[in-house]
Design a binder for this molecule. Sequence first.
Ligand code: ADP
Ligand code: MG
Length: 690
Amino acid sequence: MKEIPELFGSMVFNDHVMRQMLPKTVYKSLKRTMQEGTALEADVADVVAACMKDWAVSKGATHFTHWFQPMTGITAEKHDSFISPDGNGNVLMDFSGKELVKGEPDASSFPSGGLRATFEARGYTAWDPTSYAFIKDDTLFIPTAFCSYTGQILDKKTPLLRSMDAVSVEAVRTLKLFGKDVKRVTATVGPEQEYFLIDVKDYAKRPDIKLTGRTLFGAPSPKGQEKEDHYFGTIRPRVKAFMADLDQELWKLGIPSKTEHNEVAPCQHEMAPVFETANIATDANQLTMEVMKQVAERHGFACLLHEKPFEGINGSGKHNNWSLSTDTGENLLDPGKTPSENAQFILFLTAIIKAVDDNQDLLRLSVASAGNDHRLGANEAPPAILSIFVGDELEEVINSIIEGRMAKSGSRNKIDLGMVLPKLPQDNSDRNRTSPFAFTGNKFEFRMLGSSFNIACTNTILNTAVAESLRVFNEELYSAKDFSSALHDLIKRELTEHKRILFNGNGYSREWEEEAEKRGLLNYKKTPDALVHYTDEKNIELFKRHGIYTAEELKSREEVLIDEYQKQIRIEALTMLEMLKKDIIPACISYSDKLAKGVAVKKSIGIEAEAEMKLCKEITGNIASLLDKTETLEGDVGTTPEDVYKAARFSADVIIPDMEKARAVADHLETMVGKKEWPMPTYADILFYC
Ligand code: ADP
Ligand code: MG
């Protein structure tokens, strides 16, 4: 095995490689493009492309691809080989600047929500030089943005990059007020990724997992997660080997995989990388999910990234740790030690509190999906209500500001705002796992994201929302005569106004739902409830103002997500019908037939066989009920409206309840039918493999 430092990033065309391989002037020009977003000249692109190709070929690559993140949420790639005929029957390995900078995949089959009709199939991918190219599966991957012929964005990456600019512009202005001259503020993200590993033999026998990512049937296993013996438990050797291999693959790609451990549910695990800039973290997380699946296969596993693969035990999320850092190395969410730092920290904290309160709808819809609907509000994840946990000490500071009094706890520092703040402890790290949005010492952790999500959307919204708070604050503070008193007034006023979003208690409790309603907080329980608010006037304005989306682009996104939701439910319903009709009902019938025959034989020789008869009758009764539920589901699927908005509503209100009813009967039958007859591995088989 290579030494880890040597291995790390060995498949990445990173700064180190560029510095070594590129002529000095080209390197400088490329760096300028990366840092300042200046256009790359054609001759520079040619040299970069040639070096990239030489490097890639030396590492065994034969192909290249523009790699992008269409609105499907996963990544897309179209491979071209480097070969180019030389006219004499031989080939050269060739790669031009033009091929590096711009690609032209047929865009017609990617979801666009009506932005691009199929007859205008052209779409462009444009190299995103802020994210390094890398080699995977003997192919040079070039991270790109994806847009339509007319320039409308069709991907998840472009809005994220725009939002990073937006929050930087405003945060830089805010810092000027504190006498700090920084050029750039960058959103940083560390996404913790949860996943399940199951044996590929079980996976192969479960059409539901294969087609929908989750089990549509399954009576509870006699043992679940109740003993809490899996969380941080000893990692079984087979899984350990997977994790070691995963780390190697991720390190090669320059992804700083750091922490691996068992999670709460049986066969559930987590990987946390060291945080990076939001765009690089997004690319890295997309890659991580792909690599997890590939490496799992090598180890005889299937890796499940669905938010709720199994009913009754925890599902998987993705904790999005987020902060803002300056190019001078300052973390703006670090409370700091000196009073003036505290004032600046409190202002940024206030901006975030306002951003979350004002944009509960957007943050909620950024985590809305058919899969996550099973998880949010279940007993392992925050409810669909946004709230912020700041911890007792910080809450006391906030209350003291609102009430205009001295803060009670901690050692005190007088600050020049006329406010008295305790020294904020570095380790006031949150141990409240029930909050959807928690302050964890020097960053916020957004916990509503589902495990399969692309994190770009959430971070686009977070960055834009905070940019907007800061913009409003900057306007007021820049025009103030006396900065200190204006700052004091602003903080006090805004904290008072947005205090309702702060909640330190148990976010999983019923009481909180009631309390949240009293406070006027939003509670969009299902995906269609949330998604339709994407294009609310306030949101169109917000995104337009910061140059993230046009109204049309936003509408297209809403449509794509709504459509994706109804399609997913449809696939689940059809899979369920198929399994009911082809597997489950026939198995139940054949088992009851067997019982009936046994009863007849026994009776013919004078044995009463009452118990068998009772069981047979019960099973037969349940089969009738299951057939009935199956017919209802089938009938309703057939009447799903054409319009995607209506179809989404119908899926949530009619199809899902139909599916739940059918499942309940089938799961009950599973407990009665013999193991040999049951047509698929059970929860106990899948969750407790060896
Ligand atoms: P936890 O208690 O949730 O396990 P950790 O300290 O292990 O918290 O961090 C979890 C994640 O937060 C890691 O991915 C880490 O890199 C990331 N993180 C730490 N600091 C920052 C930051 N300033 N910005 C964004 N993410 C961060
Ligand atoms: Mg965490």
